[in-house]
Design a protein around this ligand. Structure first.
Ligand code: TXA
Ligand code: MG
Length: 346
């Protein structure tokens, strides 16, 4: 069933959706980061349906969503002082903390790890569904494994309709990139996946932060790493993509033009408004990612823009990159995976 709650949550329908969750069904719902496919995290067979719907590898653990900080102790233990500080400062919000799990969380949720990722979303629809279901909700991003995450229902309806029991439409998600994933190791917060909560934000609160070295690296399939999700192909449309980023503005235009020529114009450029006229492309070959200084807009629209570019089936999608600082870390982390490490950076 499709439920339109863009204007406002329908309480009668909310009851239906929460009953589906309690009865072991899976449901697409919005959060402020991206849409999720949710199931009762305490019900292994319900969670199994998520892996089937997404075609997701079983060793990639899911994040468990709660509506209330006081519930964290029901599913995790031994919360340290640093972890508590992170909880106090960044939850609810676009932030996931990896904690030691309690046995109540089934193995299928954590991919057999002794930890569990916990997130408390801020989005009002997500909070309503978690609260009235009365159970923690395991939810990965709503997309077929390897494809860009869903940030509006139109983008994901075709690929997931028929595979879930309900789709709740809350409009475009406000952030557009998945949550920042953090694990505290030796009292230092380590960012396993960058997001809207930036290294700078965490450093301000804890006075220390590390970024996992794997964030910008290519991972071999047989490697064991902290965040298993990092080794899989991610965020990628069918069309092959290339990331182009030069610190110098003139270089940036020069190399974009060079690649456009190299691919004989059979490209779609996802680029900044300021660069459109300088590239001499037909309108349909340029998708605006907004103004150069608007990183929030970039993050909000990137997955949708990738899907739009993909529909045109060019030989190459060229994507402009950004500086790796603040939200730029998260943007570049996703784009490097989208482009499967095909990039030109100067
Ligand atoms: O914003 C988000 O986090 C969205 C919304 C729906 O909440 N969810 C999301 O889930 O992005 P997913 O499954 O697409 O990504 C979860 C990431 C994966 O990279 C996974 O490897 C990592 O979190 N993760 C989950 N549990 C973990 C754990 N116990 N240890 C290390 N990494 C974990
Ligand atoms: Mg995902």
């Amino acid at each position: 069933m499709y439920y339109d709650w863009k204007e406002k949550t329908n309480t009668e329908e909310l009851r239906v959706v929460c009953n589906l969750i309690r009865n072991g069904e899976i449901v697409i719902f919005p959060t402020e980061t991206v849409y999720g496919i949710g199931a009762n995290a305490l019900d292994a067979s319900a969670v199994g349906k998520i892996f089937v719907a997404k075609g997701r590898p079983s060793d990639n653990p899911l994040i468990v969503h709660l509506a209330d900080k006081r519930k964290i102790k029901d599913i995790a233990e031994d919360v340290t002082e640093v972890e508590q500080k992170l909880i106090d400062n960044f939850m609810p919000g676009p932030f996931t903390l990896i904690l030691k799990r309690k046995p109540i969380i089934p193995d299928i949720v954590t991919g057999g790890l002794n930890t569990v990722g916990i997130r408390i979303p801020e989005n009002i629809i997500a909070r309503g569904i978690i609260t009235y279901s009365g159970v923690p909700i395991a939810a990965p991003s709503a997309n077929i494994s390897g494809k860009p995450s869903g940030t509006n229902i139109e983008d994901i309806r075709k690929e997931l309709e028929g595979k879930v029991s309900a789709i709740v439409d809350g409009g475009q998600t406000s952030i557009g990139l998945e949550s920042t994933v953090v694990k505290v190791v030796d009292e230092i917060p380590v960012i396993l996946r960058p997001g809207k909560v930036t290294p700078e934000d965490i450093d301000k609160v804890i006075g220390n932060v590390k970024i996992d070295k794997n964030i910008f690296r290519k991972i071999n399939m047989n490697e064991t790493i902290e965040s298993p999700g990092m080794k899989y192909r991610h965020y990628a449309p069918e069309t092959s993509c290339k990331l182009v980023y030069c610190e110098d503005e003139l270089d940036q235009i020069f190399y974009l033009k060079k690649y456009i020529k190299e691919y004989k114009g059979d490209v779609v450029v996802i680029g900044f408004d300021e660069h459109k006229d300088k590239l001499f492309l037909e309108d349909k070959r340029f998708i605006s990612i907004g103004k150069k200084d608007d990183l929030d807009g970039f993050a909000r629209n990137i997955f949708s823009n990738l899907r739009e570019a993909d529909k045109m089936k060019p030989y190459k999608i060229l994507i402009e990159g950004v500086k790796k600082e603040g939200l730029g870390y998260a943007i570049m982390n996703r784009l490097i995976r989208t482009c499967e490490h095909d990039m030109f950076i100067l």
